[in-house]
Design a protein around this ligand. Structure first.
Ligand code: NIG
Ligand code: FE
Length: 432
């Protein structure tokens, strides 16, 4: 049994979860690489104690019951259920205005994603809608989207700006995320992505836009303290490796850690750039070469793989199996956005990771928990059921983590617990 020094009595809110068929701990405070992704630390007939929002004890039910006065705890009996850390969705673009349903069908009928962007659609379509929406409305929609994600077990979400591409709208997107982080149950990790596309007013002048981002937008973002990461769409016809490096280095100087949309459509060497810059994560990686994969492994960059995007774009999938076999730490996320992937379904990510990426069930759980936490710089506070971490927990209706992949795309959440409080309870009436 793992415990902190003592399990205090009478000092506030206390929760005991007992009799879990499987307590999947995913323990650790660092990303799990390669074969270690299979280490998810299952405790059979497990129990967990949370006090004042923090995990205080983890062990078998027998061990925990021997240590506490149960009468002073709110008790959840998780018999026949699987208990695991709350999911970390480490790559989303959930703050946006408008919708693009026509483009979904244009793409399926053969028009390439980058051609739609080149014509002024795609990200630039959402840019118009996001610049024009009332900011209170943007927040209200964002809050509803977080509600829906929470209901599927997501307790921490990364969100990117990048649908303003001017100083005021980029800052407004980040401010909305900052407010949501304070007011909503879900924790929101903000990323500045001013280099998501080149806005119409800079069309054909990408270098000038890069200078504008570096000289005018980034300093404001940094001085307002509204972003932890900077991300760049490093892609053919969008931002080159040279331009991406320039932006990410400028951001690093201002204290923003790096993320990169890398090798999504063309292998430009984005993974290698991520390694060179010691980025926290490189994301997408559909076209990354073996050399790029080795670079992620040796430089300790988390590879964030987004299988629903490949699915929605009808593209080939990232080579997650090769990445893990070559020692990379892989995280799995949704890429929830209005264009390339309009879904925040963690269960579908899990199923696609099993079916298409050939990841093992344990690797998938690691990708959605501790490695997702590492991809957003939160591995020390969330992503595992370890003493001292936030009490962010999901309980599945079923007895094993295998059901998350096996129930394809279905929500099998029984309860979600955030900082020790039950925030979602589906336990009445739902048997799948
Ligand atoms: O991660 N590729 C760039 N950005 C997003 C898509 C954004 C959009 O289409 O609106 C992505 O796929
Ligand atoms: Fe993305």
């Amino acid at each position: 049994m793992m415990t902190t020094d003592s399990i205090a009595k009478g000092d506030g809110q206390r929760l005991l979860i007992k009799n879990a068929a499987e307590l999947v701990t995913c323990g650790g405070v660092a990303p799990k690489k390669g074969a270690n992704m299979n280490d998810i630390g299952i405790i059979v007939d497990g129990a967990l104690v949370i006090e004042n929002g923090i995990i205080k004890a983890v062990g078998t039910t027998t061990e925990i019951l021997a240590r506490i006065d149960v009468s002073t705890y709110q008790v959840i009996d998780a018999a026949g259920k699987c208990v695991m850390p709350g999911f970390v969705d480490s790559h989303t673009h959930f703050i946006f205005g408008g919708y693009r349903p026509e483009e979904f069908f244009w793409r399926l009928n053969g028009t390439p994603y980058l051609e739609i962007l080149e014509r002024g659609g795609g990200i630039l379509n959402t840019l118009e809608a996001t610049r024009n929406i009332d900011k209170q409305q943007l927040k209200k929609i964002g809050s509803k989207r977080l509600d829906a994600m929470l209901a599927m077990g997501v307790t921490t979400v990364e969100g990117k700006s990048g649908y303003g591409l001017d100083a005021s709208t980029e800052l407004a997107q980040l401010a909305v995320m900052e407010e949501l982080n304070k007011e909503h149950t879900v924790d929101v990790v903000p990323t500045f992505m001013g280099a998501h596309a080149v806005p119409p007013e800079y069309r054909g002048r990408t270098d000038d836009y890069v200078d504008f981002v570096i000289e005018q937008v980034l300093p404001a973002v940094a001085s307002q303290g509204v972003a932890e990461f900077c991300d760049v769409f490093c892609e053919q016809g969008v931002f080159s490796v040279v331009q991406s490096r320039k932006i990410l280095l400028a951001a690093q100087k201002l204290g923003l850690k790096s993320k990169i949309h890398a090798d999504e459509i063309v292998d430009l060497g984005g993974a290698e750039l991520a390694g060179e810059l010691k980025a926290t994560s490189a994301d997408h990686l559909l076209q990354t070469s073996d050399a790029g994969i080795d670079c992620l492994a040796t430089q300790g960059v988390v590879a964030t793989v987004l299988p629903m995007t490949a699915f929605s774009l009808r593209e080939s999938y990232a080579r997650a199996r090769t990445m893990i076999d070559r020692g990379v730490a892989v995280a799995l996320a949704t890429d929830y956005n209005p264009g390339s992937c309009f879904s925040h379904s963690i269960p579908l990510v899990a199923s696609l990771a099993a079916i298409q990426l050939r990841m093992t069930p344990a690797e998938i759980i690691t990708g959605l928990t501790i490695n997702g936490a590492a991809a957003v710089g939160r591995a020390h506070t969330v992503g595992s059921l370890d003493c001292g971490k936030q009490g962010d927990v999901v309980i599945l209706e079923q007895p094993s983590h295998l059901f998350l992949m096996y129930h394809v795309g279905m929500n099998i959440i029984d309860k979600v617990i955030k900082k020790g409080q039950v925030v979602i309870d589906n336990s009445k009436g739902k048997t799948l």
